[in-house]
Design a protein around this ligand. Structure first.
Ligand SMILES: Nc1ncnc2c1ncn2[C@@H]1O[C@H](COP(=O)(O)OP(=O)(O)OP(=O)(O)O)[C@@H](O)[C@H]1O
Ligand SMILES: [Mg+2]
Length: 399
């Protein structure tokens, strides 16, 4: 049968999944120092001793999750060969958008025997959830590593990190050992913890630095070998993707995306080889895609605030102060049939967050003789892109 897809006969990809986020590399390249520190921090487990707590820091796409997955798999294998080591259980959880209760509930459910009914979604409190968690850990025994990815996104992280390390000395954790592994983008995370938590945590810190162009090239070459049909990916394309990503943030995810999208551009053009020109074309597409995802990750009202500033910017009315932003924000929220937040403080909190996340630039203004001070905000990104993204998210027509 003839179909409208019949023109798609050739592909440059041998295995495209190798260039996606789902792919877990068998081999981690260019992270020898971090892996060595990680080995050292985990060694106690091999001898059946209490695990150390570990915190990993580093910006996006620097391999924190990939290295952790790799280390956990290696450790599981090593433990199986060590008679002194306890049984090892690894529980991984991404804390983005999670409350402490939801996090504890997830851990409890992960530990429950297969036929047991799940821990209730509501009706109980954090204290009950901790109790159930300790119960389940004691029943299971062994050593448990709790991996909290994006731990800085968790509400009430202080309680979690205060409770867990003290559980053995409080007599709550009697028959199991627990180690915490926290992963964060935010280097100031430790400072945000209360001093009593900082004192009890006693964690080992491992910091992940940016990749340079040479390191990214090694990572990309390895991926390209498996992702592409032999001879279809030019060395120059790899070098270009590595150089562009290194110049930006040294982010391996971005470099891999650029290679994948570059190959898609080549396929769309009907070209038989991915070249550096395709990578250059891909750059803008990747940049826009990432930015759209970041906007999508914001809460609804934070998005309304961003949209408001974009609209003000189009009318040449930014930079501007929070009071004016709030007035226009109310109209924006209502235009999406949503009740606006009512206090100026709530808008200022959103502005502070959006500034911290790099969406906004903030200017310090002095109020002349009155001696006061205020901030003015403007977008640190393209206003059209913000509006376009907002419309896509709402599934709405261009206004
Ligand atoms: N050293 C490396 N060797 C092979 N692949 C890597 C390496 N570093 C990163 N990657 C790949 O790059 C992508 C991003 O890495 P990863 O998800 O581990 O970053 P991250 O530091 O956890 O970022 P985020 O903070 O955004 O979660 C993944 O696809 C990962 O497999
Ligand atoms: Mg990660």
């Amino acid at each position: 049968m003839v179909t409208s897809f019949d023109d798609f006969t050739d592909t440059l990809f041998a295995d495209k999944s190798v260039l996606t986020e789902r792919h877990q590399p068998d081999e981690i390249l260019e992270r020898d120092d971090e892996i060595e520190q990680y080995h050292y921090a985990l060694r106690d487990i091999l001898f059946g001793r209490d695990p150390e707590n570990i915190m990993l820091y580093g910006k996006a796409g620097l391999g924190k999750t990939a290295v952790t997955n790799y280390m956990m798999a290696e450790l599981q294998e090593a433990v199986a060969e060590r008679p002194a080591a306890d049984d090892l259980y690894v529980h991984q959880i991404n804390c983005n958008g999670m409350t402490l209760y939801q996090t504890l509930r997830y851990l409890v459910n992960d530990l429950l025997p297969p036929n047991a009914s799940e821990f209730p979604k509501r009706g109980l409190g954090v204290t009950d959830a901790f109790e159930e968690l300790y119960d389940q850990l004691n029943q299971r025994g062994g050593t448990h590593l709790l991996v909290f990815d994006e731990i800085d996104h968790l509400d009430d992280v202080d309680t979690l990190l205060y409770e867990l390390p003290r559980a053995p000395s409080n007599g709550k954790l009697t028959d199991a050992k627990v180690g915490v592994i926290g992963i964060s983008n935010n280097y100031t995370f430790r400072k945000s913890l209360s001093s009593k938590v900082r004192d009890t945590l006693m964690e080992t810190e491992i910091s992940f630095g940016s990749y340079d162009a040479e390191e990214l090239r090694t990572i990309l070459s390895d991926r390209a070998e498996r992702a592409f049909v032999e001879g279809t990916c030019d060395e120059a394309a790899i070098a270009k993707a590595a150089a562009l990503a290194a110049r930006d943030m040294g982010n391996a995810r971005q470099a891999i995306d650029m290679l994948r999208v570059g190959a898609e551009v080549a396929e769309e053009n009907g070209d038989l080889q991915v070249t550096d020109a395709h990578i250059s074309d891909a750059q803008e597409r990747v940049r826009r895609g990432r930015l759209q995802n970041r906007i999508r990750d914001q809460t609804q009202h934070a998005q309304y605030v961003l949209e408001t500033i974009a609209l003000l910017e189009q009318r040449d009315r930014a930079p501007t102060r929070s009071k004016e932003i709030k007035e226009h924000y109310e109209g924006v929220a209502e235009s999406w049939a949503s009740d606006p937040l009512t206090t100026l403080k709530s808008i200022q909190d959103h502005l502070a967050d959006l500034h911290m996340l790099g969406f906004l630039t903030r200017h310090d203004k002095n109020d002349g003789l009155s001696g006061g001070q205020h901030y003015e905000y403007e977008l640190d990104l393209d206003a059209d892109l913000v509006l376009e993204t907002r419309q896509t998210i709402e599934g709405a027509d261009i206004r």
